[in-house]
Each structure stands twice: as structure tokens, then as C-alpha cells.
Design a protein around this ligand. Structure first.
Ligand code: C2E
Ligand code: MG
Ligand code: MG
Ligand code: MG
Length: 292
């Protein structure tokens, strides 16, 4: 009796697994079709120098405009393809689209930098640098130093020596690197020592609670201190209020991104948003508040 139950259970499990594999395969195909059907779009979130009251650039953030389900966030579809080469096709599409967009914004402000998130699998391909050179060559009006790549510290970055050499090759072209969500992984310190980053991005989970949670405040302050001692830039993400911005400036971090400045928006809204952003004055006023 027990044996039969066991075997039945095994069969059930087997069917389940088969179903899971099939569903995963279907979902991956669905994402791949979305690329080909031009259903992917980029939204842009401004990066602000709070002290100068200046927009310094935009981060490109992927969205899937699904014909039936509406706008889908990257966290809901990138994980489906991050272990397949679909992530490479998507990544190259994002690079081209972001550079094309920056090229058209250069008439408005030639100092803007475009930041693009790159998946570990894409980044670690043997031909990453060659293909990136080809893509940059398609946009002769965009100097490579206007491109910043954001990489996540993750177990997917397994071969640090290899990652380091790719970063150095890109930097030789003028491209810079930010370590995204800095401080959330297990190996932040070792990455800091072994990877030639240009910028640390303080994770929004620390920033969000830093005004009410002293531990988070200490973490934010420590990351700013690390950036300073290593001679790197530092930017905070998840800046939702002017109070967050004021505290960051007091701690020595002038660059910020967050809903308190602007939510990610379609490319067509960017220039009119910038024109209406005279609240920059508010951020500058916060900068001169006396320390608490
Ligand atoms: P990320 O690069 O760390 O981007 C920050 C995320 O936080 C974005 O979510 C952004 O919309 C959101 N955010 C910005 N400010 C605030 C704020 O003040 N409060 C809160 N609660 N959230 C804020 P999004 O666009 O859903 O992207 C999620 C993640 O997906 C990104 O995290 C990035 O890791 C990944 N991603 C986005 N676009 C791409 C892409 O083109 N390629 C790759 N490989 N990954 C991407
Ligand atoms: Mg990012
Ligand atoms: Mg981040
Ligand atoms: Mg993130």
C-alpha cells in the first residue's frame, strides 16, 4: 500500500515537473516574441545633482507593453529569460534604444549620461566588448563616456577576474560602471576591492528607512564613506522625499534618483518634465539647511 502511494506520488511529481518545464518554456517563448513584436519600451528616470539642482542624466528602465495585460515590470519578466540568450537579445536592444534616445537628447543637453542595466549573463559573454563596440559605432554622435553600465553584485558574476577584464576593456573605451543595489549582496566588500567600479549606487532599501531606522542611516553613511575612501562617485536610489535628499546631502551624497524627484517616464515626457522641474530650487534650499 505504502509502495503504491509512493509510486503514485512520484508520478504526480513527475507530471508536475513536466508541466513546470513546459510552462517555463512557453513563458520564455512569449518574452522572446515580445522582443520581435516590438512590445518592449524604455522608460527613463532622471538622476539629479541635488546640490547643483541639475539633471545629470537618465537611467533606462525596461517595460513590456503587453497588448492585453498592460505594462509589465522588468522584475516580472526578466527572470524568465535571464538564464537564456534571450536576455542578450533584450540587452542589445536596450543598449541601441537608449543610445538612440540619448543621441536625440544631446541637442537639448549634451552633458547627459545614459545609464543602462546589464544582466550578468549578457555582460560575461566572450564577445560582449566587441559587440558593444559595434553598437557604439552605430551612434557616432554619442561619445562612449556618455554611457554608464549598471551591474548587480550577484552570484551570477562568478568569475571575478573575467568580469574585471571586461570592465577594464570597456573603461578603455570610455564607458563607466556603477555597482547597482550596492550593499545588499554577500560580497560587496570583495567586489569593491576587486572590480574597477566608478560609482556606487546605494540600495533603495537602505535609503527608504534611513530617517526612521538608525541602522539604515549608518549603512547609508558607511557606503558614502566607502565611496569617498575609494575615490568613487556615489548616488542614492529610492529618494522619495526632500527630507531624504537633505539628509543624503548632509552625509556627503549629492546625486539622487527616486520618486521624490521623478518616477520613470516614457521618453516623450522627459523634456517637458525637465522644463517643469523648477522644484530644483527646493532641493538646493534643502542643501543649505544647517546640520541637525
Ligand atoms: P534598478 O536598476 O535597481 O532600478 C531601480 C528600480 O527602483 C526601478 O524599478 C525603479 O522604477 C524603482 N524606483 C526608482 N525610484 C524609486 C523610489 O523612489 N521608490 C521605489 N519604491 N522604487 C523606485 P523597475 O523599473 O521595476 O526595475 C527593477 C529592476 O529591473 C532594476 O532595478 C534592474 O535591476 C532591472 N532592470 C530594469 N531595466 C532593465 C534592463 O533594461 N536590463 C536589465 N538587465 N535589467 C533591467
Ligand atoms: Mg539600475
Ligand atoms: Mg538599484
Ligand atoms: Mg534593483
Amino acid at each position: 500500500q505504502a509502495k503504491i502511494t509512493g509510486r503514485n506520488r512520484y508520478h504526480f511529481f513527475d507530471a508536475d515537473l513536466d508541466e513546470q518545464v513546459r510552462t517555463h518554456h512557453n513563458r520564455r517563448t512569449e518574452v522572446w516574441n515580445a522582443v520581435r513584436a516590438n512590445e518592449l519600451v524604455l522608460y527613463y528616470q532622471p538622476k539629479l545633482d541635488m546640490r547643483k539642482g541639475r539633471i545629470i542624466g537618465m537611467e533606462a528602465l525596461l517595460r513590456w507593453e503587453h497588448p492585453l495585460r498592460g505594462t509589465i515590470s522588468p522584475g516580472d519578466f526578466l527572470p524568465i529569460v535571464e538564464h537564456s540568450d534571450v536576455i542578450v537579445d533584450i540587452g542589445e536592444w536596450v543598449l541601441r534604444e537608449a543610445l538612440r534616445q540619448l543621441q536625440s537628447w544631446r541637442a537639448f543637453d549634451p552633458a547627459w549620461v545614459i545609464s543602462v542595466n546589464i544582466a550578468a549573463r549578457h555582460f560575461q559573454r566572450h564577445d560582449f566588448v566587441e559587440r558593444l563596440k559595434t553598437i557604439l559605432g552605430e551612434f557616432p554622435d554619442v561619445p562612449p563616456h556618455m554611457l554608464e553600465l549598471e551591474i548587480l553584485e550577484s552570484s551570477a558574476l562568478s568569475d571575478i577576474a573575467h568580469v574585471r577584464s571586461i570592465m577594464l576593456d570597456c573603461q578603455a573605451l570610455g564607458i563607466s560602471f556603477a555597482l547597482d543595489d550596492f550593499g545588499t549582496g554577500y560580497s560587496s566588500m570583495s567586489y569593491l576591492k576587486r572590480l574597477p567600479a566608478d560609482m556606487l549606487k546605494i540600495d533603495q532599501s537602505f535609503v527608504r528607512n534611513m530617517l526612521v531606522d538608525r541602522d539604515d542611516l549608518h549603512l547609508v553613511s558607511a557606503v558614502i564613506g566607502l565611496a569617498r575612501s575609494f575615490g568613487l562617485g556615489v548616488i542614492a536610489e529610492g529618494v522619495e522625499t526632500i527630507e531624504h535628499g537633505a539628509m543624503l546631502m548632509r552625509l556627503g551624497c549629492d546625486l539622487a534618483q527616486g520618486y521624490g524627484i521623478a518616477r520613470p517616464m516614457p521618453a516623450d515626457d522627459v523634456l517637458s518634465w525637465v522644463a517643469s522641474f523648477d522644484t530644483a530650487a527646493v532641493w538646493q534650499a534643502a542643501a543649505v539647511l544647517p546640520p541637525i
